[in-house]
Design a protein around this ligand. Structure first.
Ligand SMILES: [Zn+2]
Length: 110
């Protein structure tokens, strides 16, 4: 065998290895993203009631896709309504503000 014929495959093998590792990296990234979206708790669209009068907290209610009933919740601020929390039934839900009832009082202490 000639040495220059051997050089051909020797040059291409590292390139191929790089390509394979790049594909493996991309695939693992996709897997992580899919796993995250799969493990995300079911979405719970919440109806939020503004704190008015004697009510100091934001009250909200949402249909639970885990147990197919409704749950109630309270939060000190509107931002705290959104997020992943454990519902009264024990399931994790991803609470999202669907609608807000009542007008927010501006300048309310957080
Ligand atoms: Zn539930």
């Amino acid at each position: 065998m000639r040495p220059d014929m051997r050089r051909g495959p020797q040059v291409t093998i590292p390139e191929a290895a790089n390509a394979v590792s790049a594909i493996a990296e991309a695939t693992s990234t996709i897997k992580v993203t899919r796993a995250r979206s799969r493990s995300r708790p079911p979405l719970a669209p919440a109806s939020v009631f503004t704190p008015r009068g004697r009510r100091r907290l934001w009250h909200y209610t949402y249909p639970c896709r885990a147990c197919h009933t409704y749950h109630f919740g309270r939060a000190k601020a509107l931002d705290e309504v959104t997020g992943v929390r454990r519902a009264g039934c024990g399931h994790l839900v991803s609470v999202m503000i669907a609608r807000v009832y009542g007008q927010a009082e501006t300048g309310a202490a957080a």
